[in-house]
Each structure stands twice: as C-alpha cells, then as structure tokens.
Ligand binder design. Structure first.
Ligand code: ADP
Ligand code: ADP
Ligand code: MG
Length: 673
C-alpha cells in the first residue's frame, strides 16, 4: 500500500479522500490555490503545497505543477477526486511517465469514454443498449438535420465533449433544428473546445439510473448496484438515492452486466460509473440505454457506500496499489436505503443563482460518519446521518469553483426511514451568511412525487408550485421570533426590562413599542405592548395575542398566535435568520432610530449579483423593458444566469460588452425607471 498520496483536488472530495487515507495510515499531501490558502482540505492533510492562482487554470488544472509537488513531497500516487483533472487522459499518462500512480483508470480508458459519440460507437459494438440516435463523425448540418428527422422528434442534441449538464438542446420539431444545432455548437466550442455533437431520441419522462462499477488490474470486475439520480435541475443532480425505487432483481442484474461489459470493453481499472437513461413504459416495465461513462469517483458515491457498507475510496487505493478487488460479486449485498442531498450555495427562487460569501454560521446535524474515536477518524459507511463537508464556519465560498458546500447522506432500513431522517437532518442544517438550497431540498423531498418515488427527470418542473417562492414560517412567527431575539439581546447587554432603553415608548398605562420589518420584500409593522404585570401582547399583520418566550441553551422557545415552537435565531446586522421545525426564513428588523431621515433607496442601477463573465446582453440602449424581462446573461460558477429587469423602464446605456469579466456589484447597465 502507498505510504503517501497527493490529493489533486479541493473542497469536500479532498477532505473525503484524506479521511480514508488517514484511517489507512497513508500520509496525505494537499495542493491549494491562493483562494484556498485557509481551506479545510489544506488543514486535514499532513502537508500542503501551494500551486498557484485562484482560477482553476492557474492551479488545480496545472498538472505539471501538481506532478512536481508530488515528486517534491515524495508522494507515490495522485488521487484526482472528481472534476478538474480526474478525466484528463494527458494527466493520467503524465503521472505514469513521472513514475507516479494515477488513482483512476488507465489513460486509454479515459480516452475511450471521453467523447460521448465515440464511446457510444464502442458501447454499441460491445452489445450495450443505446438510445436510438446518430453518433457519427460526419458533422455536416444537412446530414445532422436528416438524421434528426429520421430519429423523430423530440430529439436531444448533445455536445460530444460535454459534461456537467452543459451543451444540450432539446428540439421539438424539424423547423427548430438548425437554430438549436448552431447554438449547441457555439456553446460546445466555447465550453469544451470541441463543437462535435451527437443526436439522440429525447426520452420522455426518463429516469437516470447509474451503475457503480469497479475493476482491478487483474481483470476482475464487479458492480456495486445502482443509484437513482433522476431528481435534477438543469440536467444536474439534486437528490440521489440507492437502491433505485422499483428496481427488480432481474433488471438490476441486466444493467449490472451491461455496465460490467462497458468497463471490460475499455479495460477499465478502479471506480467508474455507467450512466443509463431509463424509459418507463405504461405497463411499469423499464428499458435502459447507455448514456455515458464517468471515469472517476462520482459525487454521489456515498449512497453506494451506505447500502453496501464499503468504503469506495479504500477500494480505489487498494486497486491502484495493485491489490485485487476486496469483494466478489456474490459477496456484495444491499442493506437498507440511502439518499444524498447536495447542499449548494445558490438561490433556488432566483433561478438557482449561485451565491458566494462567508459561512458566518454553519451548523450541521448530528452525524457519525466520520466521528473521531481512539484510533482517529473512524469511517462508518452506513451511518444513519453523514455529512461530507468541504467548508466550515468562517470559510468563504469563492466564485472560482463550483457551488457545492457539502453533501448530506442519510441511511435507513427503508426508504421511508431514510426520507424521515433526511427531513430532520435538513431542518438541523443551519447556514447563515449566504443563500443555500437547504430549504428547497426539504421541499423537494416532501413532494408527493418524491415521497411516493414517482421519479423522473421532470420532477422539479412538475412540482414547481410546491418548490418555489414558498414561505415556511410566515410573517407572524418570523416577526415574533425577531422581537423575542431582540429583547433577549437587549436584556443580556443591559440587564433591564425590555422597555427601559426606549423611554420614549413608555406612556401612562401600558407602554407600546413599535417595530418595523421587511419580510419577503414587503414592509410590515408590529406593536408590542407591555402590561403592568410585565406580560407582552403583540400585534403583527393579521395576528394578535400574548407573546411568551424564554431562552434555551441552543435557541429560544416561543409561544404566539396559537403556535408554540422551539426556534434558533441568528442575527446578521439587521437581518434575522429564523430556523424552526417547519423551515427557515429571514426577516429584516429595521432599526427605527438608525434609519431616521434616510433617503429612499437608489434605483436605476443594475449590478452583477456575482463575479463572472457577461455572456450576452438581450437588450440595447433605448429599449423599453418590462419588469422581469431578460436583460443579460452571465456565467459564473460554471453556470449561466439570467439577469432580469427589476422594474419597467428604459435601457439608457450598456456598460460592458459580451465576453467581459465583471466583479460582483459592477454596474452592468443603466436603466431609467
Ligand atoms: P455527472 O452529472 O456527470 O455525474 P457529477 O454531478 O458527479 O457529474 O459532477 C461531476 C463533476 O462535474 C464535478 O467535479 C463537478 O465539479 C463538475 N460539475 C458540476 N457541475 C458542473 C457544471 N455546471 N459545469 C461543469 N462541471 C460541473
Ligand atoms: P453530462 O455529461 O452533462 O452528465 P449526460 O449525457 O450524462 O450529460 O446527460 C445528463 C442528463 O441529461 C441526464 O441525466 C438526463 O437527465 C438528461 N438526458 C440525457 N440524455 C437524454 C435523452 N436521450 N433523453 C432524455 N433526457 C436525457
Ligand atoms: Mg452525466
């Protein structure tokens, strides 16, 4: 076994790999960029080497530097994680040439599976079922149009070199094909440096089911069952689970055999995932077709670890060091059910706009997967609750990398139990400082479709009404919590009763203290009356009644308007973040003294919500626009985001051009409103 490995990655996956290495008494070397100098992955490794600037091309993609770092520190092998260099055949080859073990498949297997079109031809020859389509080398637009017409609409045009859900266009009818092709080719050449496409029949209401495979250097192969990753947004996974609901032993065996055939066809070694698109027939049966093979450890590998009780990173290290697979096919079993939720820094209500900023507060649920014991970090593959986090309180989510903050993985005896654990664990995940999808994940998990395992890739759009622009707690509770928190803070620092500081609110009989809030973009007023006996009475919105609260060691208990709740409230300036069993919300408490006499907010500026690149402007100077209309498209954190008009108005001036890089808060255009 290796004595020392270098981990050529960052965030949660670098921490994940380091945890297993530590358990196996393997020394670890981290690499890091300028932005990651204080990152968690650096602190969990035994050594760390700085490799360059913050942009991936200046650091995590500089493979000569990484190989040099491995040589300088005496590492024998390199674990690439996922993303970055993990599927780079040149890097895999360069490692080998430098006398280092690349913990992954041979470069020839990466190459064979690297382009979707070529890999499909290969898989067709190996007898793996394919979606009807065209994967040929002839890229003449007339030929492509002819192929699409022959396949029958709708079709999907995919960038052959694509990944991460990018470079795909659904075409509903022949007349739209040419324009969609041109736009797909443009995106493919700018994102992947290769404009080749393939065309597939667009499977309606499909499921995404993938098989985890493993090979060793002795020619043995096994599959570690399946994962269902149908719940997606923008073709990217949101929730993943194993086993796949509704899977039969026969279908599992067929898909497993097809995945092993795929791996064998390219002499695969190590961990790999064969992704299938699954068509659901009206009679309940399922047809599966090969989609692509990801030649690396997958983000969602922990659900497989949970149901098999195996540590897949340990398997990777054993196989890479020349050992045989730890188990044979008939020794592998499925126990219980596991679900993973990807916790991302983003605003689901704002078209999943990624968020950057500091994790002022990051409270995770009780979890045991990497609990410390006398031997150091103990890994329990089947822990009921596991958190794989790359960041902790005080860390910054920067604009340079993707937006995943952590993964929450739950395991139960049954799917129902896993689902119940997921809901509780998400409720206990409190992140303050930037927007996250935690509440959205709870909504998704609670939809009828997900609860009843009616899975397909259109689940999120179908359940839209249950998922977006929802308010879990409501004004009355949020305002009551904010007032209770404010009074507790005042009491703590003044040691007086809540009204003493604000003498002006004392009047003859009872004293009334006004509050003003901004809740979901609307102003709200509240009035708190303190009776002679010290009892409090609150009027806010349509609710009125006695307010009672008391401090708890980890929050407060509050009773108002018929609700008795335990809540956690965190203050960030004037914004209070309220977490309760039903969900989380925010409310701004306007400090009436501090804001007295302030001018109205500035209007007419439209600024970049995050640092990134301007992809295009949809308007020009002089255009009249209506509220909500698309003004510009930006790209940041590997995704495109639409910037829309905050109000009706006229565009006065564009301040940047397509292709420009802009800082957060840069004014993009001037609007008169
Ligand atoms: P897949 O969907 O192909 O299984 P995963 O979701 O497992 O891929 O993510 C694999 C890698 O793709 C990760 O390293 C992640 O950083 C990267 N990735 C995720 N989202 C994007 C994106 N929008 N564009 C490019 N790469 C992405
Ligand atoms: P990527 O490399 O971006 O992961 P994939 O080929 O794996 O690209 O496809 C990503 C997702 O797009 C799938 O999980 C599925 O939701 C959808 N998809 C892909 N191919 C098809 C198809 N032929 N019909 C319907 N949906 C598809
Ligand atoms: Mg994929």
């Amino acid at each position: 076994m290796f004595k020392k490995i270098l981990i050529a990655n960052r965030g949660e996956i670098a921490c994940r790999v380091a945890a297993t290495a530590r358990r196996m008494s393997i020394q670890t070397v981290a690499v890091y960029s300028d932005a990651d100098a204080g990152a968690k992955h650096v602190s969990v490794c035994d050594e760390a080497v700085h490799i360059g600037g913050s942009a991936p091309r200046d650091s995590y993609l500089r493979w000569e530097k990484i190989i040099q770092a491995a040589k300088d520190t005496g590492a024998q092998a390199i674990h690439p994680g996922y993303g970055f260099l993990s599927e780079n055949e040149d890097f895999a080859r360069a490692c080998k040439e430098a006398g280092l073990v690349f913990i992954g498949p041979p470069s020839s297997a990466i190459k064979a599976m690297g382009l979707k079109a070529e890999s499909k031809r290969l898989m067709g020859d190996a007898g793996v079922p394919l979606v009807p389509g065209y994967h040929g080398a002839d890229q003449d637009p007339t030929r492509l149009q002819g192929e699409a017409d022959a396949i029958g609409y709708p079709v999907l045009i995919k960038a052959s070199a694509g990944g991460g859900g990018k470079g795909m266009r659904i075409v509903e009818r022949s007349a739209d094909f040419a324009a969609a092709l041109a736009s797909c080719q443009r995106e493919a050449s700018s994102s992947f440096g290769n404009d080749a496409v393939l065309i597939e029949k667009y499977v309606q209401r499909p499921r995404h089911i993938e098989i985890q495979v493993f090979g060793d250097t002795l020619g043995n192969y096994v599959y570690l069952f399946e994962r269902d990753c149908s719940v997606q947004r923008r073709h990217q996974k949101v929730l993943e689970e194993a086993p796949a609901p509704g899977m039969t032993p026969q279908l599992r065996a067929q898909m497993g055999a097809a995945a092993v055939a795929a791996a064998r066809a390219v002499a695969y070694v190590g961990a790999g995932t064969v992704e299938f698109i699954v068509e659901q027939k009206p009679d309940g049966s399922m047809n599966f077709f090969f989609m692509e093979m990801n030649t690396r450890l997958q983000v969602e590998h922990p659900v497989t670890e949970a149901i098999t009780g195996q540590d897949l990173v340990e398997w990777q290290l054993r196989v890479a060091s020349g050992e045989a697979l730890p188990l044979q096919q008939d020794e592998l079993r499925i126990t219980g059910h596991a679900i993973e939720a990807r916790i991302c820094a983003e605003s689901p209500d704002n078209n999943f706009l990624p968020a950057t900023g500091r994790l002022d507060r990051a409270c995770w649920p009780e979890h045991v997967a990497f609990a410390r014991n006398a031997d150091g970090e103990a890994f329990h593959a089947s822990a009921p609750v596991r958190i794989d986090a790359g960041f902790g309180e005080g860390d910054v989510i920067s604009p340079y990398y993707d937006s995943m903050v952590a993964k929450l993985i739950v395991h139960g005896d049954t799917r129902e139990q896993a689902l119940a654990r997921l809901d509780v664990a998400l409720a206990q995940t409190h992140i303050v400082g930037l927007a996250t999808n935690v509440q959205f994940l709870r909504y998704v998990a609670r939809t009828d479709s997900f609860a009843q395992a009616q899975l397909d890739t259109a689940l999120i759009p179908r359940e839209e009404a249950q998922l977006f622009q929802r308010e879990p707690l409501g004004l009355a509770l949020a305002a009551a919590a904010a007032i209770a928190q404010t009074l507790l803070e005042e009491r703590a620092c003044e040691g007086h009763d809540p009204f003493s500081r604000r003498d002006q609110w004392q009047s003859h009989g009872a004293s009334v203290r006004p509050f003003e809030f901004v809740f979901r973009d609307e102003a709200a007023k509240a009035a708190l009356t303190c009776g002679h006996d010290g009892s409090l009475h609150l009027v806010v919105g349509d609710s009125a009644g006695p307010l009672q609260f008391s401090a708890l060691p980890d929050g407060l208990e509050l009773q108002f308007a018929g609700a008795r709740q335990r809540l956690q409230v965190y203050r960030r300036g004037e914004t209070l973040h309220v977490f309760g069993a039903a969900g989380a919300t925010q409310i701004v408490e306007v400090d009436l003294l501090a804001h007295a006499g302030e001018a109205a907010a500035e209007v007419g500026r439209l600024t970049a919500p995050m640092p990134g690149k301007v992809v295009s402007f949809a308007v020009k100077a002089g255009d009249k626009v209506t509220k909500g209309q698309t003004l510009a498209v930006m790209e940041a954190m590997k995704m495109e985001h639409t910037i829309s008009a905050p109000a009706d108005g006229e565009v006065l001036e564009l301040l940047y051009a397509a292709g420009d890089q802009v800082a957060e808060g840069s004014e993009l255009l001037k609007l008169s409103v």
